[in-house]
Design a protein around this ligand. Structure first.
Ligand code: OGA
Ligand code: MN
Length: 269
């Protein structure tokens, strides 16, 4: 049945608000649920708004609203507005402890001998990155192949053509990545990056209005998957050490290496 209960809830919800409407969304298996939750969040910044405007809400429905709102809230994400928050919660995923310390070391052991021979560049041809060196790597040892396989399996559905080369980007402690959107000619709808050596803050800003943005905490050893709207409609940047703050807390920046897998762009012919 295509017309699900959650969808029905949403239609009701948009015209009249009632505590029963809120209960309607509690259908965990409904495929409309994430969409409806996102709508809910984008309509209402906080449930205190309800308390002040609608005295008819029972405590239980208020509790329910705060629960569904929290469900979309990711601890690693802080956005300027609920709509941005909902979009990024869906299309910018972060797995904080994706790598063990041993796995991080194993990746470093394989890339470091090559990376350290390169010099950091402090101006990119297109000016997107400051203080970086990089390579694209095809061959990996067996342990690291297993890690990369885990990334690819999580990030890309079966049958999606992936770029075989893995991008390794090393930015110095003073380095940063300026706001940009990855070229649509060279990269498909999904970018999956592991973060080594240092935590950082990545800012995603709506390309059409950069006052609407979300900060994403990328801890050392995390994996992020940036896809769809987050990848196409938002610029991303890695903040410099002077600006590296998340929810008011300074996130110290050090040298950082990211190991990034991408899929192929769709062919247009
Ligand atoms: C890039 C980029 C992000 C990262 O190389 O285009 O945005 O995590 N990298 O290093
Ligand atoms: Mn990029």
């Amino acid at each position: 049945m295509a017309f699900s209960r959650c969808r029905m809830f949403l239609q009701k919800y948009c015209s009249v608000l009632s505590p029963t409407s809120f209960r309607e969304i509690a259908f965990p298996k409904c495929h409309w649920r994430p969409y409806c939750l996102a709508k809910l969040v984008s309509h209402h910044a906080s449930y205190s708004h309800f308390q002040s405007t609608d005295r008819s809400f029972s405590t239980s429905s208020l509790l329910m609203l705060s629960t569904v709102t929290k469900e979309l809230r990711k601890p690693y994400l802080m956005a300027t507005d609920p709509e941005t928050e909902a979009i990024l919660a869906e299309d910018m995923l972060v797995f904080p402890d994706f790598l063990s310390e041993e796995e991080e070391q194993s990746l470093l052991n394989e890339v470091e001998p090559y990376m350290k021979r390169l010099r950091y560049e402090f101006d990119h041809w297109d000016n997107a990155i400051h203080g970086y060196r990089e390579t694209e790597k095809l061959q990996w040892n067996v342990s690291n192949q297993k890690i990369l396989q885990r990334v690819r399996h999580l990030a890309f559905p079966p049958g999606i053509p992936q770029i075989a080369y893995v991008h390794v980007l090393d930015i110095s402690k003073e380095g940063y990545i300026k706001p940009h959107v990855d070229a649509i000619r060279f990269c498909g709808n999904t970018i999956a990056g592991m973060c080594l050596l240092s935590s950082c803050v990545m800012r995603l800003a709506l390309e059409a209005d950069n006052s609407r943005h979300g900060d994403v905490l990328l801890k050392r050893r995390s994996l992020y998957i940036m896809r769809h709207k987050a990848r196409y409609n938002y610029t991303h940047e890695v903040l410099s050490q002077e600006r590296s703050v998340f929810k008011g807390e300074v996130i110290p920046r050090d040298r950082r290496i990211s190991v990034i897998c991408r899929n192929e762009p769709e062919k247009l012919d």
